[in-house]
Design a protein around this ligand. Structure first.
Ligand code: GTP
Length: 184
C-alpha cells in the first residue's frame, strides 16, 4: 500500500555526531555567512513560506547530544518529516558512524513509516577529494536515503541546495513514503 500525503509544512531535523557542523549549517543558511561562534544547539527556526523555493513554511530543528536526552532525540526523530544526516568529510569516524550508529538508530525509531533521509557531507572546504564513492555504497544499502550532498557551512557551498533537497524529499517523494508490513 502506498499512501501519498500532501504536507502543508516541512519539518527538517539535523542529526549526526558532535562537531560535524549541524548548528553551523543552520546558521549559515539563515544568515548567509559562516558563524565564528555557534551555540551547542540552534533555536528552532521557522522559514516563512514565501522565502522557500516550494512555498511551504519550513521548520529547521537542530540536535545536540550535550543538551538533549535520548528520549528527546527519539521524540524529535518521530516528529521529523525528513532528516539531514550529517558527517564531516574530513573525519572518517563520523562517516563510519552513519552506518554503525545513526542509520540503524533511525530504522529502530521509525520502523514502519519511511522518513526520507538526506545524507550530508559537510566541511567540503577542508578536503580536495570527495567522499561520493563511500556515500554511494551507503545509499545502495539504505534506500531510505533520498539524496546525497557535499557542502560547506564555511564556504556556503550547497547550503541552500541541501535544505531544498530536504523540502523536495517531503513534498515530491520519488519512492513510497509509507511501506506496509510484509505479509507472509
Ligand atoms: P554539536 O553541537 O557538538 O553536536 O556540533 P555541531 O554538529 O552542531 O557542529 P558545530 O556547528 O558546533 O561545528 C563544530 C565545529 O566545526 C566548529 O568549530 C565550526 O566552526 C566547524 N565547522 C562547521 N562547519 C564547517 C565547515 O563547513 N567547514 C569548516 N572548515 N569548519 C566547519
Amino acid at each position: 500500500m502506498v499512501r501519498i500525503t500532501t504536507r502543508k509544512n516541512v519539518r527538517i531535523l539535523l542529526l549526526g555526531d558532535r562537531g560535524v557542523g549541524k548548528t553551523s549549517l543552520i546558521l549559515s543558511l539563515v544568515s548567509e555567512e559562516f558563524p565564528d561562534d555557534v551555540p551547542a544547539k540552534a533555536e528552532e527556526i521557522t522559514i516563512p513560506a514565501d522565502v522557500t523555493p516550494e512555498m511551504v513554511p519550513t521548520f529547521i530543528v537542530d540536535y545536540s547530544a550535550a543538551e538533549q536526552t535520548d528520549d528527546q532525540l527519539l521524540e524529535e526523530i518521530r516528529k521529523a518529516h525528513v532528516i539531514c544526516l550529517v558527517y564531516s568529510v574530513d573525519d572518517e569516524r563520523t562517516l563510519m558512524r552513519i552506518t554503525t550508529h545513526w542509520l540503524p538508530l533511525l530504522r529502530d525509531a521509525i520502523p514502519h513509516s519511511r522518513c526520507p533521509i538526506i545524507l550530508v557531507g559537510n566541511k567540503e572546504d577542508l578536503i580536495e577529494d570527495t567522499t561520493v564513492d563511500a556515500a554511494q555504497e551507503i545509499m545502495e544499502e539504505y534506500p531510505e536515503i533520498e539524496s546525497f550532498v557535499e557542502c560547506s557551512a564555511k564556504s556556503l557551498k550547497n547550503i541552500s541546495e541541501m535544505f531544498y533537497y530536504a523540502q523536495k524529499a517531503v513534498l515530491h517523494p520519488i519512492a513510497p513514503i509509507y511501506i506496509a508490513d510484509k505479509q507472509d
